[in-house]
Design a protein around this ligand. Structure first.
Ligand SMILES: Cc1ncc(COP(=O)(O)O)c(C=O)c1O
Length: 465
């Protein structure tokens, strides 16, 4: 597709070699032909005026005009009376490789977990916050910043996490990241420097965790999750000296780590001198009870709290935070500085304004109501259409787990549902050994309205029963 460049005239890269035996006119013609053939210039794209291109290249206007005339005659360009010269055709695209994967059709109703309601993104508030940030940013702040992130956002995040998560933090304990994924990768890199070699991960658990651990040059150790959350006795039997957990709402089972297990986890960390990486996933959305405070607030020397706005605002914002014991925070900031020199400062300042102004809290309150209604729609329609199904993990977040009867073929259900244009995900894909353990379906309901949830469940109920 041709881009209609705004502004006076677009620039075009044509290099002229004044030491070459080829004339400048011929070089210019060949350069433009090549740009069209290679697809760097596409059909209908506007070329600079002959005067502008001549000035840019330091040649006469007549030479550029003669080149345009020649290429027009050859069919590469077309001149439009009273308008700019444009490219006449697009080079044919390279033949599609036969091995290219067939496009997977998008299901009409997709119960994909981990996707918030993207239509409810508070665009107006975000626009306001970006405006505020742009209006108030200083010239100094526009330069390369502190690897830890903008001090303003670190201060706001520290006090926000104290307020809503019972965390124990000051701005110097916070490092701003591009989200949970980067925050965890930086933490793992910092831990590796301090001698950690093995990191426990939940099984079943977030698909990315073992990959992140391996990518940091560390070894993942899988520890089972049961109806109380991570099995701490099993954890204690491993040689891991760090663990990644999702205590607020486990991915994918939705279990909230029980208070006994929370205590046991922190005792283990203190006994072994281990580090707990707390993925504070879904902590913002808790329905049936008071929110559970963060582990970090109970043992700040042993817990690294990692959070992001991917679920509370939208994944596209790519901003998150790590709250770490001071020494580790210093190492993390170095890692962050080395990897990308810091997250975008304007966006950080916008997020700081959004939180500080109360607009973030207001959005979360609205979303809690939205997700609670969707959760109720899921519970009701399962009760109506598939009453034998046990649904767990509903205390928080926007996914729940439906356990299937022993011996059920999860994959067959998922494939048949896909044929009916309903997207489902099985528990098996979250396990270290996909076929071990009971089968289940993880229902994400964040980005589906109540109607879609009801229709989706009614469509696949016979498969689930
Ligand atoms: C368990 C878990 N934690 C955290 C995240 C958020 O990751 P990020 O902040 O990098 O978008 C996700 C995203 O799907 C997730 O599933």
């Amino acid at each position: 597709m041709a881009v209609e460049w705004a502004g006076l005239t677009p620039e075009v890269l044509v290099q002229l070699d004044r030491g070459s035996s080829e004339t400048l006119g011929s070089q210019l013609q060949n350069g433009l032909r090549e740009a069209v053939r290679a697809g760097r210039l596409v059909k209908d794209e506007r070329l600079p005026s002959s005067r502008k291109l001549a000035a840019d290249l330091g040649v006469s206007r007549g030479l550029v005009q003669a080149t345009y005339d020649q290429l027009e005659a050859e069919g590469y360009l077309r001149a439009v009376a009273g308008s700019a010269t444009r490219v006449a055709f697009s080079a044919p695209k390279a033949a599609v490789s036969r091995t290219a994967p067939a496009a997977v059709p998008t299901p009409d109703i997709d119960f994909v977990p981990g996707r918030p309601d993207l239509n409810s993104f508070p665009a107006r508030d975000w626009l306001w916050a970006c405006g505020e940030a742009t209006r108030t940013i200083s010239a100094r702040e526009l330069g390369y910043g502190d690897g830890r992130g903008a001090v303003k956002l670190r201060a706001v995040v520290a006090s926000y996490l104290q307020r809503v998560r019972g965390a124990s933090a000051g701005p110097d304990d916070v490092v701003i990241s591009t989200g949970f994924t980067q925050g965890t990768a930086l933490t793992l890199a910092a831990l590796r420097h301090s001698g950690v070699t093995m990191v426990a991960v939940e099984d079943p658990g977030h698909l990315e965790m073992p990959l992140l651990v391996r990518r940091a040059g560390l070894t993942p150790v899988f520890v089972p999750v049961d109806e109380q959350g991570l099995d701490i006795d099993r954890l204690a039997r491993t040689s891991a000296t760090a663990v990644i957990v999702t205590p607020a709402h486990q991915t994918p089972t939705g279990v909230v780590l029980s208070s006994d297990r929370r205590r046991a986890l922190l005792q283990w960390a203190q006994r072994v001198g281990a580090t707990v990486i707390e993925d504070d996933y879904d902590s913002e959305f808790r329905y049936d009870k008071q929110p559970v405070g963060s582990l970090q607030g109970l043992a700040a020397d042993h817990v690294v709290l990692v959070g992001s706005v991917s679920k509370s605002l939208a994944p596209a914002i790519r901003l998150g935070w790590v709250l770490a014991p001071r020494q580790l925070a210093v190492r993390l900031a170095e890692e962050k500085q080395r990897s990308d020199r810091g997250s975008p400062t304007l966006d950080q300042l916008a997020l700081a304004r959004l939180i500080e102004s109360g607009r973030f809290d207001r959005h979360l309150r609205r979303m809690r109501t939205t997700y609670a209604a969707r959760r109720a729609a899921l519970v009701d329609s399962i009760a109506e259409h598939a009453p034998s199904l046990e649904l767990t993990g509903l205390a928080a977040g926007f996914h729940a787990l439906a356990w299937l009867a022993d011996g059920t073929d999860e994959t067959a259900i998922i494939n048949e549902a896909a044929r009916r244009s309903i997207g489902l995900q099985g528990l098996g894909r979250y396990r270290s050994a996909p076929t071990r353990g009971p089968a289940g379906i993880v229902f994400g309901f964040g980005d589906l309205n109540e109607n879609a949830i009801r229709r989706g469940i009614a469509t696949v109920a016979d498969l689930l029963n």
